[in-house]
Design a binder for this molecule. Structure first.
Ligand code: SAM
Length: 256
């Protein structure tokens, strides 16, 4: 076990100073992923340092030493005052949100080696988080949302398990979408099983309530469907993204 130096600045004053603009990492797994994907984490607290480091030794030895440096033990009441809802692991941290310009550059960079996922006016924060987790797992270039939902909302970050730092996540309007052939997913489209999704595709999915917007449809190059029995109206948004990314990976695209 390496004894790394501990931060000497007061973690609670760092928390108070940065909380308004930072991203809350709620629980061990969110902090672990953020560290793995190079998030800048100015402050991390736990109600039990020993338990947190033991968890790291068991589940994620690669981040154990970083956690040892970062984590400050605070009383239970202090921890509870910092988070909206206590996490079973008693760990919370703040991370700096990546620069929007850097994310936009990553989203627009060509040639692209993995698709961008677009959620067209999504409504459900849990779905958005699940999609960001999927995009991270498949090595997608990024996740773009249109409409009013904030893809960096704390509930989305919680659903994404800290994987916002593993892909480029931004909100844009339809005219601002990144370049690339636009494949929009809709039950009325051509069967995906007969198609190869190119690495530079922009993969768009409609809102849970109303499906694809007229504005998105107008920009679509290919309307694509997922296999589904006739009596079923549609799949859940996040499961549709999962099937489409899986199809991309199974037909040649691959996680890094
Ligand atoms: C819950 S569905 C939307 C249902 C909505 N009531 C509608 O009118 O389309 C959310 C999104 O998942 C995708 N989706 C769901 N089932 C699909 C299927 N069988 N084929 C292609 N895309 C599908 C589409 O992008 C759809 O807009």
């Amino acid at each position: 076990m390496t004894d790394l130096p501990r931060s000497t600045t007061d973690p609670l004053s760092t928390w108070r100073r940065t909380a308004d603009t930072a991203v809350l990492l709620d629980g061990f797994h969110a902090l672990k992923h953020a560290i793995r994907f190079h998030a800048r984490v100015p402050v991390a607290v736990t109600t039990d340092r020993r338990a947190a480091l033991t968890l790291a030794e068991e589940l994620a030895p690669d981040v154990r030493d970083t956690l040892d440096t970062l984590l400050t033990q605070v009383p239970e009441a202090t921890y509870q005052a910092l988070v909206p809802r206590p996490h079973p692991t008693g760990i919370a941290a703040l991370a700096e949100r990546p620069e929007r310009e850097a994310n936009l550059e990553a989203l627009r960079r060509t040639p692209r080696t993995a698709p961008v996922v677009v959620l067209d006016n999504p409504r459900n924060l849990g779905n958005a988080g699940a999609v960001i987790r999927l995009a991270a797992g498949f090595g997608a270039t990024g996740v773009v949302t249109t409409g009013t939902l904030d893809p960096w909302h704390p509930t989305v970050v919680r659903g994404g398990a800290g994987l916002h730092f593993a892909t480029a996540v931004e909100r844009l309007t339809v005219p601002e979408l990144p370049p690339g052939p636009l494949f929009a997913l809709d039950p009325e489209g051509d069967d995906i099983r007969g198609l190869k999704i190119p690495d530079d595709a922009v993969l768009a999915f409609g809102s849970e309530r109303t499906g694809l917007s007229g504005e998105l449809r107008a920009r679509t190059d290919h309307l694509v469907s997922l296999p589904m029995r006739p009596q079923v109206s549609s799949y859940n948004l996040a499961t549709s993204v999962a099937m489409t990314l899986y199809h991309w990976s199974a037909t040649g695209g691959a996680p890094a």
